[in-house]
Design a protein around this ligand. Structure first.
Ligand SMILES: [Zn+2]
Length: 280
């Protein structure tokens, strides 16, 4: 089990960690225009995006946050996914999703905040279901300065019931059931919360526990059809994950690992096709 978990940690050490560094990908502000079909190239943690499209700042059931970062580009499949899950959230649950980072104009590594989000197939969605956002469009400053509260009770791994609702569970279920969704990263406590539901659990397989992710969830799409240079991830283990592999995250061993100082991982090389994407 330890070995499996170690392999898992290595293979998905892809989620939101920080390492500031200057890089050219962060300074290019326009997508490439040379190809009419968008291509996700490489892996979630070492890749890029040709002919990205942008998510509008507002749509039915969602508002985009942190506009100044300009991390609102993605593959059209990702834009469509966000619009669909937001529509469901608005029509069925009368709520509005606050959308965090997608990717940069040409994908690629960011100078801060994430290791993945490089191929236009990842998006962070806040857990905060704001009443204010449900009644009006948020101003630029509000989108810059609001923060997303943790859904955990202070200094514990218990879900804070004042920050959690059945709507959260329904939205996560609806997202996980969408066939284009590859996996969704949530805090282990969120996964545990979902595992206690009495409904069928087939969709829960895609909900993956990972550190952080207590103030947002991270949706990752599969490689789109006909994106031949897109590289997916190793398959999710069998079963719904409501088992010992989940309860490991609450063990003393896991907590010690979370607190241990992290060595900065060397930045993986991007596929050669990304040179052309950057320099076009
Ligand atoms: Zn993320």
């Amino acid at each position: 089990m330890k070995l499996l978990i170690f392999i898992f940690l290595l293979s998905v050490s892809s989620v939101c960690t920080s390492k500031p560094a200057a890089n050219q990908w962060a300074t290019v502000t326009q997508p490439t225009k040379t190809s009419d079909s968008t291509q996700s190239i490489g892996t979630y943690t070492a890749g890029c995006l040709r002919s990205a499209v942008s998510l509008p700042a507002n749509g039915t059931g969602y508002q985009l946050m942190r506009l100044s970062r300009e991390r609102y580009y993605g593959h059209p499949d990702l834009i469509r996914f966000i619009e669909n899950i937001a529509w469901t959230t608005a029509i069925q649950y009368r709520s509005v999703l606050l959308i965090g980072d997608l990717g940069q104009a040409r994908g690629g590594p960011m100078s801060s905040g994430h290791r993945s989000h490089q191929t236009g197939l990842d998006v962070d969605i806040w857990y905060l279901l704001s009443q204010t956002a449900a009644t009006r469009s948020l101003g630029f400053d509000e989108r810059e300065t609001w923060s997303s509260p943790s859904v955990l009770a202070a200094k514990s791994d218990a879900i804070d019931s004042s920050q959690w609702s059945l709507t959260h569970e329904k939205v996560l279920e609806a997202a996980a059931r969408m066939p284009e969704v590859e996996r969704i990263f949530v805090h282990p406590s969120v996964k545990r919360q979902l595992c206690t539901r009495k409904t069928t659990h087939d969709w829960l397989r895609k909900i993956r526990p990972w550190w952080g992710h207590d103030d947002h969830f991270h949706v990752r799409l599969k490689c789109p059809k006909n994106n031949h240079d897109c590289r997916g991830q190793e398959p999710i283990p069998e079963g719904d994950g409501c088992d010992a592999s989940l309860y490991w995250w609450f063990s003393a061993e896991a907590k010690a690992e979370a607190l241990a100082p992290k060595k900065p991982a060397p930045r993986p090389l991007l596929p050669p096709q990304c040179d052309a994407v950057l320099n076009e």
